[in-house]
Ligand binder design. Structure first.
Ligand code: FES
Ligand SMILES: [Fe+2]
Length: 330
């Protein structure tokens, strides 16, 4: 009988930072039910402006705090009987009809970070605190760059299978109809082994001339990456994304993207340009949603980057935080 791996991936959620919302979608005082990593949570923005994430269910009678809860100062109030939970500690700080607060009145907290137009939550299988920070991308706070475009995509695939595309230059030819085949390039690792970069070189024809350009793709953990087009003087494009597990069985994942380009570039290529780039991302969807996860793929010699990816990605499933170095590194 032919061997076929299960359609549903058995991989767990890799440890790391994952976007759970675009910053602009959460105004002060907003309370939202969210569901990621197979867990129910409540996301809210306090009156001082902090984005907070707590476990969803109230220790009292089990109401979902995100379904009708209200922000009061730095706390969120349960919609059922008004118990108030501090956004930072998760501790119940007030029961409106009782002077004594039970010691166990506390909901689980999630570490959050807000950068690059997104709100991130730290996921660790053993609930360890964050092992690294979300990097800040300067282009997203630069007046010489366009107002970013945001979009999101729900895909029935595991976050690892989606991020693996970053190490897959061959698919650009077949999925994205780029006729170049595999452009020459190199992979670079950093002191922080969570971060690596792949650079591919090519010639790009633009309205202002033809340039030796580089497609620079940085990754920081599984599912967070930045793709930059460099080499056109004083101009550039940035596609930043974070891909977050919603559920594992069956696999459901959301990919959030922020796209921007230098204003001089937009002036040449037109406002529509970033929207056309978004369509390129969607071309992967049919492959992702219908593939199986190969725990042991049949690689050929030309799959150098994919082989490297499978080694690098192991560190995010390790219970020991010591990172696994990828091959080719000293
Ligand atoms: S269930 Fe939350 S206060 Fe009662
Ligand atoms: Fe792709």
């Amino acid at each position: 009988m032919a061997f076929r791996e299960d359609h549903d991936v058995k991989l767990p959620v890799p440890n790391g930072w994952y976007a759970v919302a675009f910053s602009r979608d959460l105004i002060k005082g907003a309370v939202e039910p969210i569901h990621y990593f197979g867990e129910d949570m409540v996301l809210f923005r306090t009156r001082s402006g902090e984005a907070r994430v707590l476990d969803a269910f109230c220790p009292h009678l089990g109401a979902h705090i995100g379904e009708g809860g209200r922000v009061i100062g730095e706390t969120v109030r349960c919609p059922f009987h008004g118990w108030q939970y501090d956004g930072a500690s998760g501790a119940c700080v007030k029961i409106p009809y009782c002077d004594t607060i039970p010691k166990a009145a506390k909901v689980g907290t999630w570490h959050t970070a807000e950068k690059n137009g997104m709100i991130f939550v730290w996921y660790h299988a053993e609930k360890k605190p964050p092992l690294w920070d979300v990097p800040e991308l300067a282009e997203l706070d630069d007046d010489d760059w366009s107002e970013p475009i945001h979009f999101e995509l729900i895909v029935n695939a595991h976050v690892q299978d989606m991020h693996e595309n970053n190490n897959d230059p061959v698919h650009f030819q077949y999925v994205h109809n780029l006729a170049t085949g595999e452009p020459p390039g190199e992979i670079k690792y950093f002191d922080d082994p969570r971060h690596y970069q792949i650079v591919n070189h090519s010639e790009t024809v633009t309205p202002v001339g033809t340039f030796e350009t580089s497609l620079v793709r940085d990754s920081w953990g599984v599912g967070m990456s930045a793709v930059r087009l460099e080499g056109i003087p004083e101009a550039g494009i940035l596609l930043y994304s974070s891909t977050t597990t919603i559920d594992l069985q069956p696999s459901k994942t959301v990919s959030r993207w922020v796209l921007t380009a230098s204003n001089n570039m937009i002036d040449f290529v037109g406002d529509d340009f970033l929207h056309r780039l978004m369509e390129g991302v969607q071309q992967d969807q049919r492959i992702w949603s219908n593939k199986v996860h190969r725990a042991n793929p049949l690689f050929c010699k030309g799959d150098k980057y994919l082989i490297e990816y499978r080694k690098w990605v192991k560190q995010f499933y390790a219970s020991d935080p010591a990172p696994v170095r990828a091959v080719g590194e000293g």
